[in-house]
Design a protein around this ligand. Structure first.
Ligand SMILES: [Zn+2]
Length: 236
């Protein structure tokens, strides 16, 4: 244990297998161990039956704009990183800047008992270093959809590793969502993280997924975590 702890945190390898998978993450180094101590872990089951009925205002406003993203493959998924962090969301008068977009297959959150084939995470951070993550669930389709002409929508530049697009493309038109307090779903799984997950399941085409999923793990989802009496809110 001592020897592992001495390794620089960023160098600790983890994955979704048996040896270094989700059940073992908290044993891999002290940093991961401390993150796992946060009692409200993510992902969780989401259902309107679990929602706290007391009305609270959990409005979130998206101020996204078209900007340049750098493609990077690390930590077992594909990432779009905006170097200039111009897009942000407003929550409780606080700006959380978009710092990363990545995805999980299949989905991490389970919606009304159903695990979806794909979940995108739009990760934000405020100036105090607190995280807010927006989760978007998808099915995969061959029908016409807003990603059908992915390369055109994104003005996709093959082999360039730099793409310009407006991250609003990942959001559903209907913005009703679940909101709860949770954690990061990858090591160090630290919290609190404000989670906003849309209840609208969107469609994305196989061709676009193939474009960004090339060479990735077949699955990279953390299993469902206990609710531990936390409240789940739903906002119209
Ligand atoms: Zn994620």
């Amino acid at each position: 244990m001592r020897e592992i702890s001495k390794i620089k945190n960023m160098d600790v390898e983890w994955d979704y297998g048996n040896e270094r998978g989700p059940d073992k993450w908290h044993t891999l180094c002290d940093w991961f161990a401390s993150g796992a101590k946060y009692p409200y872990q993510s992902p969780i089951q989401l259902s309107k039956k679990l929602v706290d009925r007391k009305t609270v205002d959990h409005k979130i406003t998206f101020n996204y704009k078209k900007e340049e993203f750098t493609e990077k493959e690390f930590k077992n998924t594909f990432h779009f990183i905006p170097p200039n962090t111009e897009s942000y969301v407003l929550f409780e008068n606080e700006r959380y800047y978009l710092t990363d977009i990545h995805f999980h297959t299949p989905s991490e959150h389970v919606l009304e008992g159903e695990q979806l084939p794909l979940e995108f995470h739009l990760v934000h951070m405020n100036n105090s270093g607190e995280n807010l993550v927006v989760g978007c669930l998808f099915t995969i389709t061959t029908e016409e959809n807003k990603f059908s002409q992915g390369r055109e929508v994104f003005e996709w530049k093959l082999y360039s590793h730099k793409q310009s697009f407006n991250p609003t493309i990942f959001l559903p038109d209907q913005r009703t969502h679940f909101h709860y307090l949770g954690s990061l779903t990858t090591p160090p799984t630290k919290g609190p993280v404000h989670w906003f997950v849309f209840d609208t399941v969107q469609k994305m085409d196989q061709e676009f997924i193939d474009l960004i999923k090339e060479g990735m793990l077949p699955f990279n989802n953390r299993p469902i975590q206990p609710l531990n009496n936390r409240k789940i809110y739903f906002s119209d």
